[in-house]
Design a protein around this ligand. Structure first.
Ligand SMILES: Cc1cc2nc3c(=O)[nH]c(=O)nc-3n(C[C@H](O)[C@H](O)[C@H](O)COP(=O)(O)OP(=O)(O)OC[C@H]3O[C@@H](n4cnc5c(N)ncnc54)[C@H](O)[C@@H]3O)c2cc1C
Length: 393
């Protein structure tokens, strides 16, 4: 299937391609190609290269360092970045708290935080989930009590990705426990070096530090660090998604994975034939390709409707569900086909890899991508939303 871009879109695509060919450091591209993790230093390096071109935050307004691109133009940018194996920038600053500050921040908050996010000087993490508040987020209990011009925050956040390398955390806290759950919540920006904060690691089943628990023991937070009105943090958190809700399809990521899958399976042999020429693998690759095309068509339809000013309903739940399932299906085929090369290194061996470089991190990918069914709203919750709001059941 060929998707027609108009002349302006083709020009933009070519400009992006030229930039990536010239500016993307090859050591970073190689790490991404092999599925290796990207260090904070490397993320900073790439963020600053993009920022120098004005493309670190394409979705922000131009007056704050963005591009003013349409959703379709952003889609083109994402697809090209993934195709060139560019690292993905940390979403907490650029996609979450940045847009929230743009929409709800005071002039002082915008001036303080936005340039630091663009220059990769301030690293954020997200403090929403708690031990008893995940899918049912509004039941969160971390308490913020007002004392003069400060809040005193006490409680615990859970599953906080990246807190160990973050400078600040954006948090949902309960400021009024007497009203209906969604009403008494506020949105605070908190310096992780504040006295009273401690961070403990949470390890995934493959031994990697994927998350943290963040404990708040009478942490004093200036009221000036509240985003939006007191007790209206739920509105801030919901609006934080906005158009971003449409960028959850993982089309660009899936395109990269499918190309990678084809490349790798073309290099492996079954008897005298490349693996990607066997009937079974060809059928599996075609199935994945068809699912990807359906996902991209649906995503582009919704993006262009939104670009024309149409309302976004609950459809992004479909994109999130299908996009994450497709990533996982790609992983499964890769691991079924060449997983025997991957496990010895991934299981923590300090020896050298037993197979080709392209196989070293595929088990990591499989494990990591399982989290896509949970993070940002679990698949079961997406099914509920689709059933009620899209299908009207
Ligand atoms: C990789 C990863 C990174 C994460 N990073 C962060 C982070 O940086 N910051 C942060 O705040 N949180 C983070 N989270 C936490 C994530 O937001 C929560 O895990 C998620 O909201 C689910 O909450 P829970 O784990 O408490 O599960 P629960 O809400 O307790 O759900 C348990 C199970 O019950 C199902 N379930 C729940 N409610 C319903 C329902 N109404 N109908 C049907 N089934 C239901 C769920 O689908 C799930 O299978 C991360 C999670 C993952 C996996």
């Amino acid at each position: 299937m060929h998707i027609e871009l108009d002349a302006d879109q083709r020009r933009l695509r070519d400009e992006i391609r030229q930039f990536l060919a010239a500016e993307l450091p090859q050591d970073l591209a190689t790490r991404v190609r092999h599925g290796q993790s990207i260090s904070k230093e490397d993320q900073i390096r790439w963020t600053r290269i993009l920022h120098a071109r004005g493309w670190a935050a394409p979705h922000w307004p131009q007056e704050h360092g963005g591009t003013g691109w349409s959703l379709i133009q952003r889609h083109i940018f994402d697809v090209e970045c993934r195709a060139f194996q560019a690292p993905v920038l940390s979403g907490f600053g650029f996609n979450m708290v940045g847009p929230a500050i743009l929409r709800h921040g005071t002039a002082e908050q915008k001036a303080e935080f936005l340039p630091k996010i663009l220059r990769a000087e301030l690293w954020w993490c997200q403090g929403y989930s708690e031990p008893q508040a995940g899918s049912d987020l509004a039941s969160l209990r971390t308490r913020a009590v007002r004392e003069g011009d400060e809040y005193v925050v006490t409680g615990q956040k859970s599953w906080t990705s990246g807190a160990e390398i973050a400078d600040w955390i954006f948090c949902l806290v309960r400021t009024d426990p007497t009203v209906q759950m969604q009403r008494g919540i506020s949105f605070l920006l908190i310096d992780l070096n504040s006295p009273g904060i401690s961070i403990e690691p949470l390890y995934a089943f493959n031994g990697k530090r994927l998350w943290n628990q963040v404990f708040f023991d009478s942490v004093r937070v200036p009221i000036a660090q509240r985003l939006g009105e007191e007790d209206k943090g739920w509105t801030v958190a919901k609006s934080l998604l906005g158009d971003e809700r449409l960028m959850v399809s993982r089309v660009a990521e899936n395109k990269r994975l499918l190309n990678r899958l084809r490349e790798v399976l073309g290099q492996e042999q079954e008897g005298s034939r490349p693996l990607d020429q066997t009937t079974l693998i060809r059928r599996r690759l075609s199935e994945l390709d068809i699912r990807l095309q359906a996902l991209e068509m649906t995503s582009l339809r919704l993006l262009s409707e939104a670009d024309k000013g149409g309302q976004v309903g609950a459809e992004p739940s479909m994109l999130k569900l299908k996009g994450s399932q497709l990533v996982q299906a790609m992983d499964e085929l890769l691991v079924e086909a060449i997983g025997h090369w991957a496990l010895p290194l991934d299981a923590g061996s300090t020896g050298s890899a037993v197979g080709p470089a392209y196989a070293e991190y595929i088990a990591s990918g499989l494990f990591h991508h399982r989290g896509y069914s949970i993070a940002g709203g679990s698949s079961e919750v997406q099914h509920n939303i689709i059933a009620k709001q899209v299908l009207g059941l």
